[in-house]
Design a protein around this ligand. Structure first.
Ligand code: PRX
Length: 631
C-alpha cells in the first residue's frame, strides 16, 4: 500500500485512483492474505445495480485480522477492554488469545449446526465476547447480523425475521452506567415471534437470575467448554456475504444492508491506516457501539486487519462522571480517539475540570463521525482535548458505504472546521442540482452522489434488491444517491449539510421518521402523527412529533409519557420523541401528502415565513400548529 505523507502524495494518489481505479485497488489488495487471487478487480453496472470487487478472489477476513499477525504479534494486545465499571480491571486480549477465543466461538457455532451462509443474530453488550462472536461467525462463513443492544424486542423481531436468523448470541444482561438491562428477557419476548431461531446461546455478564428454555437456550460458558480452540477458516468468495446490518429507511421497515468479504476488508483496512495515519504500537479508540457500522468497521475489522490495538469500552461517557472518556484516555495512553459530535457536545457542557484532571498528552489524532459537527464543538474539541496540536478528522460516511468516504487525512489535509474536506482515494463524489444535473466547479451546493463504486459499498438490501435500486440508484440514474445535501467550497472541500430525505440523525443514530410515526400510531388514542427533526443542543437533532388524537386530550403530560413509552417499547429508547405537540390536524396537500416542510419550520421555531401554504387542503390548521408550537 502506498502511504500518503503529504498533500502532494494525496493529489497524486487520488488522481491515480480516478484514472485507473482497478490498478489502484489491486495494488492496495496485494497487501492481504488471499487463498486465491482475483481474476478481475471490478465488474459494475449502477443501472442494475450490480457491483463486484476482486471477482474470483478467495479469502477469509479473520485470517487477515488474526492469523497473519501470528506469531509476530502473538503477545501484542489486539483488544483492550475497558469495563463499564471503572473499578473492574480492564482486560488485554492478545492476538494469540483472540485467535483462540474466535476459534472456540466458531466451533461452538458449528456444533450447533451453523453453516456457511446461515444468519446469526448477535444481541450483546460491549464485552470482548461480542468481538469473538462477530469474528467467530466470519471464521466459519456465517453471516452476522448485529443488533444494537438498545433496541427493543419488537425491533429485534423485525431484524431476526427479515434475515431468517437460525441462532441468537446474547447475554443475560448489559451494564450501561448505573443501569442494568435484562437483555435475555428482551430476547425471550422476541423469540416468541421468531420461528427460524432454533438456538440461543447466553453469555453471562450481569449474573442476573434467569431460566434457560430447555433445548433452545444454552450457557455460553458451558458450550465453549466443549469445543476446541482451533477452527479452520472457511474459504470465502470475495463476494460472499460477510454481514447484514440494519439501518433505518425513510419509509417502511429497516433495510438490511449487505456487505461482502473482499472489498469490505480491503477498504476498511486501507481507510483506517490512511485517515488515522496509524503507526505501529499506537492505541486506537473508537467509542461507537459494535451494533453500528462504525463499530464493525473501526473497532473491529479495520484496526484488527491493520494489526492495531483497539480499545473497546463497555460504558457510557457520563458515568460515573463526565470525565469517564478522559480518564480512560489517560489510563490507556490512547493515541487516536474517534467519537461522535453528540458526545462532544454533551461533555462540553460539563465543568472543564472534568477534562483538566487528566493527562491527555498521549493523544495524537482526533476524529468525529455520524453527523455534522458544529464549529463551536469542533473548536472546543480541538482546544480542550487536542490542545490545539491534534488534527481532527471529520469523517463522512454511511452504513451503506461500509467505510470512510470524505475525510481529512491526518497531518496531510488542511483542516476546515465542520468540513469533511476531501474525498479519499477512489471516492468520486458528484454534486447534483434539483434537475438531476451534475454541478461542475466549486462554490456550489446540491445533493451528494457517488458516481463510481468503491470496494466496501453495500451490494444490496437483504431480500429486496428492488428496494436497493429504488432507494439509492433511481433518484439520479447511474449514480449512488447518499440522501445527504452538501456544499463544495472554493477549494473543493465538502461540507455535509444533513439529510435531504425523511431520515433524522439523533445523537448520531439514523432514524426513519416513518418508523417512529408508525410506533406512535400504535397508541390507541392516536389517530395519526408526523415526525420531523429539530435542532437540539446535544443530540444534534431531536425528535418532534405532531400528534392527532381521536378525542380531545385532557391530560397532555400523561399521554405524552404513554406515547414515549410506546415508542420506547416498539423501537427502543433512542427513538423517544423529545417534543410532542397535540394538534387537531396535519397540514396536508389536496392529494393527502403531509407538508413536512411546514412542520420542520415550526419545529425549528421559525414560523415567520412558512412559504406557500395555498396548496393545503385546510390552511387554517397551520395557524393552530403555530400557536401551539413547543419552544
Ligand atoms: O447524514 C450523514 C450522517 O450520517 C448518515 C449516515 O448514518 P449511518 O448510516 O448511521 O452511519 C453513521 C456512521 C458512519 C449520513 O448519511 N453523517 C455521518 N458522518 C457525518 C455525517 N454528516 C456530517 N458529517 C459527518 N462526518
Amino acid at each position: 500500500m502506498k502511504i500518503i505523507n503529504s498533500i502532494q502524495d494525496y493529489r497524486n494518489q487520488y488522481g491515480a485512483s480516478i484514472m485507473d481505479p482497478e490498478a489502484f485497488w489491486s495494488d492496495v489488495a496485494e497487501d492481504f492474505v488471499w487463498r486465491r487471487k482475483w481474476d478481475k478487480v471490478l465488474e459494475w453496472d449502477f443501472r442494475k445495480p450490480e457491483v463486484k470487487w476482486f471477482v474470483g478472489g478467495k479469502l477469509n477476513i479473520t485470517e487477515n485480522c488474526i492469523d497473519r499477525h501470528l506469531p509476530a504479534r502473538a503477545n501484542q494486545t489486539a483488544i483492550l477492554w475497558e469495563s463499564n465499571n471503572p473499578n473492574e480491571a480492564s482486560i488485554k486480549i492478545t492476538y494469540q488469545s483472540l485467535s483462540e477465543n474466535v476459534g472456540r466461538v466458531g466451533n461452538m457455532l458449528k456444533a450447533h449446526g451453523v453453516k456457511k451462509g446461515d444468519r446469526v443474530c448477535i444481541y450483546m453488550p460491549m464485552v470482548p465476547e461480542v468481538a469473538y462472536a462477530i469474528l467467530g461467525c466470519a471464521r466459519i462463513g456465517a453471516v452476522h447480523s448485529v443488533v444494537f443492544a438498545g433496541f427493543s424486542s419488537g425491533s429485534l423481531v423485525d431484524r431476526i425475521n427479515d434475515s431468517g436468523c437460525k441462532l441468537v448470541l446474547t447475554a443475560d444482561g448489559a451494564f450501561r452506567g448505573d443501569k442494568k438491562i435484562d437483555l435475555k428477557a428482551i430476547v425471550d419476548e422476541a423469540l416468541l415471534k421468531c420461528p427460524t431461531v432454533k438456538t440461543c446461546i447466553v453469555f453471562q455478564r450481569t449474573k442476573s437470575s434467569l431460566t434457560l428454555k430447555p433445548s433452545r437456550d444454552f450457557w455460553w460458558h458451558d458450550e465453549l467448554g466443549k469445543v476446541d480452540a482451533v477452527c479452520p477458516a472457511e474459504v470465502m468468495d470475495a463476494e460472499d456475504m460477510l454481514f447484514i446490518l440494519y439501518t433505518s429507511g425513510s419509509t417502511g421497515k429497516p433495510k438490511g444492508m449487505v456487505h461482502t468479504c473482499g472489498g469490505y476488508m480491503v477498504y476498511t483496512d486501507y481507510t483506517f491506516k490512511t485517515v488515522f495515519q496509524y503507526n505501529e504500537g499506537q492505541v486506537f479508540w473508537c467509542t461507537a457501539d459494535v451494533g453500528w457500522i462504525t463499530g464493525h468497521s473501526y473497532i473491529l475489522y479495520g484496526p484488527l486487519s491493520a494489526g492495531a490495538t483497539t480499545l473497546m469500552f463497555e460504558g457510557i461517557p457520563s458515568w460515573p462522571d463526565m470525565g469517564r472518556f478522559w480518564h480512560a484516555i489517560e489510563k490507556h495512553k490512547v493515541n487516536i480517539f474517534y467519537t461522535a459530535p453528540t458526545a462532544i457536545r454533551s461533555l462540553e457542557k460539563a465543568p472543564i475540570s472534568f477534562v483538566e484532571k487528566y493527562d491527555l498528552s498521549s493523544l495524537k489524532i482526533l476524529g468525529t463521525v455520524g453527523e455534522p459537527i458544529n464549529e463551536e464543538a469542533w473548536h472546543w474539541y480541538d482546544h480542550n482535548i487536542g490542545k490545539n496540536k491534534c488534527p481532527i478528522v471529520d469523517t463522512w460516511w454511511q452504513t451503506e458505504t461500509g467505510g470512510m468516504m470524505i475525510s481529512p487525512i491526518a497531518h496531510v489535509t488542511k483542516l476546515k472546521p465542520a468540513h469533511a474536506t476531501l474525498p479519499l482515494p477512489g471516492v468520486q463524489p458528484a454534486v447534483m442540482d434539483e434537475n438531476g444535473k451534475e454541478m461542475e466547479g466549486n462554490g456550489i451546493e446540491g445533493r451528494l452522489t457517488l458516481k463510481f463504486p468503491w470496494p466496501a459499498m453495500a451490494r444490496t438490501i437483504y431480500g429486496d434488491h428492488q428496494r436497493f435500486k429504488d432507494t439509492y440508484f433511481s433518484t439520479f440514474p447511474g449514480k449512488y444517491f447518499t440522501g445527504d445535501g452538501c456544499k463544495r467550497d472554493e477549494d473543493g472541500n465538502y461540507r455535509i449539510t444533513g439529510r435531504v430525505d425523511d431520515i433524522i440523525i439523533v445523537s448520531g443514530h439514523n432514524m426513519g421518521t416513518a418508523e417512529i410515526e408508525s410506533a406512535i400510531d400504535e397508541h390507541s388514542a392516536v389517530c395519526e402523527s408526523a415526525v420531523v427533526g429539530f435542532p437540539h443542543d446535544i443530540k444534534g437533532q431531536g425528535v418532534y412529533a405532531f400528534v392527532v388524537t381521536y378525542d380531545p386530550v385532557h391530560e397532555e403530560s400523561h399521554l405524552r409519557n404513554e406515547i414515549r413509552e410506546v415508542v420506547s417499547k416498539i423501537i427502543g429508547p433512542i427513538a423517544k420523541p423529545d417534543k410532542i405537540q397535540f394538534v387537531s390536524g396535519l397540514p396536508k396537500t389536496r392529494s393527502g401528502k403531509i407538508m413536512r416542510r411546514i412542520l420542520r419550520k415550526v419545529a425549528e421555531g421559525d414560523t415567520s415565513n412558512l412559504g406557500d401554504t395555498t396548496t393545503l387542503l385546510d390552511p387554517s390548521v397551520v395557524e393552530e400548529i403555530k400557536r401551539g408550537a413547543l419552544g
